[in-house]
Ligand binder design. Structure first.
Ligand code: ACO
Length: 339
C-alpha cells in the first residue's frame, strides 16, 4: 500500500500587542541594549497581558492558519498543541483551543517537548495523515514564558518572549510535504533548562516559593554548546533520510533562541545568510512558537515557493531536538497572516 504524503497547507501566528524593548528592560534590571544585542541578537519581545494566555494566543494563530488554508474549523480532525507553558497542568491547552475556535469534530492533546515541540508536533501530525486515519490536523506551537521567568534574573529574563504559531496539515502529492524528520531526546540533560516547581514531584508550597523554583532556570553556556552541535546533527540526519544535502536547502528556519547560535550552526552547515530566516530580533525566544511564527513571516515575505526545500530545527528542555525537511507543496496561501 502506498503511503499518503502529508505537509503544511496553511500557517498563521499571533503575538501580544505589548512590546518590551531592551531599553525598557535595562531600566528594571542590570543589563543593556548593547549586551543583549551583541550576545543574542534580540532587540525586543512581546509580553502577554494578564488576560492573555497560551489558549487565547493559540486560538488566534489557529484561526489565521485555517483561514490561510481555506479550511473550516469543523473540518479539523485533530489539534496538537505543543507547549511548555499551557494554561493549566490539565486539562490540555489543545482542548481550550478546540473550544475557542469551534473545532467540534477534533480530537485534541498537548505535546510536551519544550522548544522542540513544533518539530515534534509536525512529524506527529503528519503521521496521523500518512496512516490514512485523518485529513486535517492543526499543529499549534505556543508559549508564554514571560509568565515563568524571574524578571529580576538578567541571565534569563532578557531572552524570552510570548507568541503563537500554527500550521494546518493535509495530504499532499508525491515528493511534496514533510519528506523526513529527525526527532531525539537526551534525558541526561534534564537539569539544564527546567521549571522545578508546580508539577506533582515538587508542588508549590509557601516554603518552596522562597527558593524561586517557580521560575525557569537555565545553564545558558551548556545549552549554547548543545544547541549548535545538535542543530547541525539533526538537520544532517533529516536531510540524509530525505535523500538531500545542505546544498539542496532553499530556506533554513531554525528555532529562534539566539542569533549567535543560529549563525554558528548555519556556518557549520555551509548555509549562506540569505538562506537563513531569522526574526529573533523582534520576538526573542518564543519557544514552541518560534518556528511556525518564522514560517508565517517567511511566507508573507515571499521567501517560500512551491517546490522550495525548507528545513526546520528546534532544540530545548528535556533535552529534546527535532528537525524536519519539507518540500513546499502550496502555490499561494489565501492570507498568510503575519502581523
Ligand atoms: N546583561 C548583562 N550582563 C549579563 C546578562 C545580561 N542580561 N546576563 C549575563 N550577564 C553577564 C554574566 O553575569 C557574566 O558576567 P561575569 O563574566 O562577570 O560572570 C557575563 O555576562 C557573561 O555571561 P555568559 O553566561 O558567559 O554569557 P554568554 O555569552 O554565554 O551568553 C546566553 C549568555 C545569551 C544566555 C547564552 O549562553 C545562550 O544564549 N545560551 C543558550 C540559551 C538558549 O538557547 N536557551 C534556550 C533553549 S531552551 C528554550 O528555548 C526554552
Amino acid at each position: 500500500m502506498q503511503t499518503q504524503n502529508a505537509g503544511i497547507i496553511g500557517a498563521g501566528m499571533a503575538v501580544p500587542d505589548r512590546i518590551l524593548t531592551n531599553a525598557a528592560l535595562a531600566a528594571t534590571v542590570d543589563t543593556s541594549d548593547d549586551w543583549i544585542v551583541s550576545r543574542t541578537g534580540i532587540r525586543e519581545r512581546r509580553i502577554c497581558s494578564p488576560e492573555e494566555s497560551c489558549s487565547t494566543l493559540g486560538a488566534v494563530a489557529a484561526r489565521r492558519a485555517l483561514e490561510s488554508a481555506c479550511v473550516a474549523a469543523q473540518e479539523v480532525d485533530l489539534i496538537i498543541c505543543a507547549t511548555a507553558t499551557g494554561d493549566h497542568l490539565w486539562p490540555s491547552t489543545a482542548c481550550l483551543i478546540q473550544q475557542k475556535i469551534g473545532a467540534t469534530r477534533a480530537a485534541a492533546f498537548d505535546l510536551g517537548a519544550a522548544c522542540s515541540g513544533f518539530a515534534y508536533g509536525l512529524e506527529t501530525g503528519c503521521g496521523f495523515i500518512r496512516s490514512g486515519g485523518m485529513k486535517r490536523v492543526l499543529v499549534v506551537g505556543v508559549d508564554t514564558l514571560s509568565k515563568q521567568v524571574d524578571w529580576t534574573d538578567r541571565s534569563t529574563c532578557v531572552l524570552f518572549g510570548d507568541g503563537a504559531g500554527a500550521a494546518v496539515l493535509g495530504p499532499c502529492g508525491d515528493g511534496e510535504g514533510v519528506l523526513a524528520s529527525c526527532l531525539g531526546a537526551d534525558g541526561n540533560g534534564f537539569d539544564l533548562i527546567k521549571l522545578e516547581l508546580g508539577g506533582t514531584k515538587n508542588p508549590i508550597t509557601a516554603e518552596s516559593l522562597a527558593d524561586k523554583g517557580q521560575y525557569l532556570m537555565m545553564r545558558g553556556a551548556e545549552v549554547y554548546r548543545f544547541a549548535v552541535r545538535i542543530m547541525v546533527e539533526a538537520c544532517e540526519t533529516a536531510l540524509c533520510r530525505a535523500g538531500l544535502t545542505f546544498s539542496d536547502v532553499d530556506l533554513f528556519i531554525p528555532h529562534q533562541a539566539n542569533l549567535r547560535i543560529i549563525e554558528a550552526a548555519s556556518q557549520r552547515m555551509g548555509l549562506p545568510e540569505e538562506k537563513v530566516f531569522t526574526n529573533v530580533a523582534k520576538y526573542g525566544n518564543t519557544s514552541a512558537a518560534s518556528i511556525p511564527m518564522a514560517l508565517t513571516e517567511a511566507i508573507a515575505a515571499g521567501r517560500v515557493q512551491r517546490g522550495s526545500v525548507l528545513v526546520f530545527v528546534g532544540f530545548g528542555a528535556g533535552l529534546t531536538w527535532g528537525a524536519n525537511v519539507i518540500r513546499w507543496s502550496q502555490d499561494e496561501l489565501s492570507s498568510p497572516a503575519a502581523p
